[in-house]
Design a protein around this ligand. Structure first.
Ligand code: CFM
Length: 547
């Protein structure tokens, strides 16, 4: 196999020059805008400049982002099994958001409903656009009710609904009255915000308004938490539940992996909110604290060490020797297998490099898993997260509210006269504070990144290809839209949205799965055999007419 050359060594380039190289091809105005979203991580002490985030994608650029409807219907409500989710819109929106996220669910008894395998849509056509779609929506709700008798029906608005002015909330109110079940709507038209992120906020608001706290049933358990921002992709939630069970921690509700309507309705009875994906669910955490007095902490179950740390943090909050002992016993029992695989895999992965470009949390969380097998993240970024997810929550007061964010309702939340109950006394809070325990804290991704690494918001296809060409990572992590174009460049791509066919990757068992999968990918010889025809014989080259 003499024709096969070893992969070229990474070009050592000054990161500032690299940024210039990335921007070179753009017209001046575009380059100026993009420059605000591309940062070089500076050493401790020297501050990394403000990160441009949550702003509109420049028209014409092939972004990795999705739409507001996707963030609401697919991300937040998608994993809940017993709400009938009706897409009010053309059939494509419902079809393409149908089970594509690999969020899993398990019914507990035969009587439990699971509507996730269904795609409900009003299938709007030209007639509905011209004459209005409300009648059709009512009809669809009635039909779904007669067929399934669900506890609740939710309506999701797509772009045309907002454009023609169908009032989904009025229809929801009318149907709620008529059918006697909970019916609520979301004004989550795809264009409503600059990305999925707006859809998260809209979903958080409506679930909080219409469902949270509507049932008084109290789950038995000594240490009761909600797990917010965990969506059971590839079975992650099952692994976290297994660990929680073993520790004796009761998960009252998960927002929203493997969840049910009743979990949301009773979530106000938990004593702690643990937030996994800060970007998608921090609104619910904040609102539950204001209304019910439930404090929240940031956790992360991606990475074995991070899992252990998060469990200890929960135990510290409850301040019970029994729980602390149990948590330590579980960590001691789970870690040896993890360490064994970690050490073995590390011998083959140490020093290799990764790039991570995912939506809002995973580009940060997965750096932990790569670290555990000695791999360095040389560049990372979010599709749609906000400055606080990059720089930490302390920047929130400084974030400029632009017209696009103002578009999304901010709910005014007052303490509930019946159910407000601060979970800790002032004394207990003081003790926790003295121990260095922090509530509502998320330091963001940038502090965890290595110096001179590149942080890029809303990466696009052109920049992805350019980055790969210059930095030659050993693995690129993103989604299906990027997968094949990256692999054609000879770099393996791991999908961190749906995990390809893999997972779970959370918790202890998940970490082991991840180490194995990454080992296989970065050490596979197949990538070094890959040479695209145009690399060997560059017969085809083209320039734009204007060049
Ligand atoms: Fe949160 Fe997510 Fe993510 Fe997200 Fe998503 Fe996702 Fe994601 Mo895809 S809720 S922000 S909107 S961790 S679907 S499970 S993988 S982009 S990084």
């Amino acid at each position: 196999m003499s024709t096969i050359t070893k992969k070229k060594k990474v070009v050592q380039m000054d990161p500032a020059d690299l940024v210039q190289d990335l921007l070179k091809k753009y017209p001046t105005k575009v380059a100026r805008k993009r420059a605000k979203q591309i940062m070089v991580k500076e050493a401790e002490g020297a501050s990394t400049p403000e990160m441009g985030a949550n702003v509109r994608t420049i028209p014409g650029i092939i972004t990795m982002r999705g739409c507001t409807y996707a963030g609401c219907k697919g991300v937040i409500l998608g994993p809940t099994r017993d709400i009938v989710n009706i897409t009010h819109g053309p059939i494509g929106c419902g079809f393409y958001s149908w089970l594509t996220r690999r969020n899993q669910t398990h019914t507990e008894t035969d009587a439990d409903e699971n509507f996730m395998p269904y795609a409900f849509s009003t299938d709007m056509n030209e007639n509905d656009i011209v004459f209005g779609g409300e009648k059709k929506l009512k009809q669809a709700i009635k039909e779904a009710y007669e067929l399934f008798h669900p506890k609740a029906i939710a309506i999701f608005s797509t772009c045309p609904v907002g454009l023609i002015g169908d009032d989904v909330h009025a229809v929801a109110r009318e149907m709620k009255e008529e059918l006697g079940i909970n019916v609520f709507g979301f004004s989550c038209e795809g264009y409503k915000g600059v990305s999925q992120s707006a859809g998260h906020h809209i979903a958080n608001n409506q679930i909080f308004k219409h469902v949270v706290g509507t049932k008084e049933e109290i789950k038995v358990g000594e240490f009761k938490i909600n797990l917010l921002g965990e969506y059971n992709i590839g079975g992650d939630g099952f692994e976290i539940d297994r660990i929680m069970d073993k520790c004796g921690i009761t998960v009252v509700s998960t927002f929203s992996g493997n969840s049910t309507y009743d979990q949301f309705a009773t979530s106000h009875t938990a004593d702690l909110n643990t937030v996994m994906c800060h970007r998608s669910i921090n609104y619910v955490a904040e609102m539950m604290e204001s209304k019910y007095g439930i404090p929240w902490i940031k956790v992360n179950f991606i990475g074995a060490e991070a899992t252990a740390k998060s469990l200890r943090k929960i135990a510290q909050y409850f301040d019970s020797p029994k729980l602390t002992e149990r948590v330590e016993a579980v960590i001691a029992e789970e870690m040896p297998e993890v360490r064994q695989v970690m050490d073995d895999v590390r011998s083959r992965t140490e020093g290799k490099t990764a790039m991570l470009f995912v939506g809002g949390s995973r580009a940060h969380h997965y750096q932990e898993l790569f670290n555990e097998i000695g791999m360095r993240t040389i560049s990372a970024g979010y599709e749609f997260a906000h400055r606080d997810d990059y720089e930490g929550r302390h920047v929130i007061p400084d974030i400029k509210i632009d017209a696009d964010s103002r578009n999304i309702e901010e709910l005014e939340v007052e303490p509930c006269t019946k159910d407000y109950n601060p979970r800790k006394t002032d004394e207990e809070l003081k003790k926790l504070d003295e121990e260095g325990f922090k509530f509502k804290e998320y330091a963001g991704m940038i502090p965890d990144m290595e110096n001179k690494s590149l942080v890029i918001d809303d990466l696009n296809q052109y920049e992805a290809e350019k980055l790969i060409e210059i930095m030659k990572p050993d693995i690129f992590c993103a989604g299906i839209k990027e997968k094949y174009s990256v692999q054609k460049l000879g770099i393996p791509l791991k999908q961190l949205h749906n995990y390809d066919i893999g997972g779970p990757y959370a918790g202890f068992k998940g970490a082991v799965n991840f180490y194995h999968d990454i080992d296989r990918m970065v050490n596979s010889k197949v990538w070094s055999y890959l040479k695209a025809p145009w690399q060997e014989k560059p017969e085809l080259s083209a320039t734009y007419v204007w060049e």
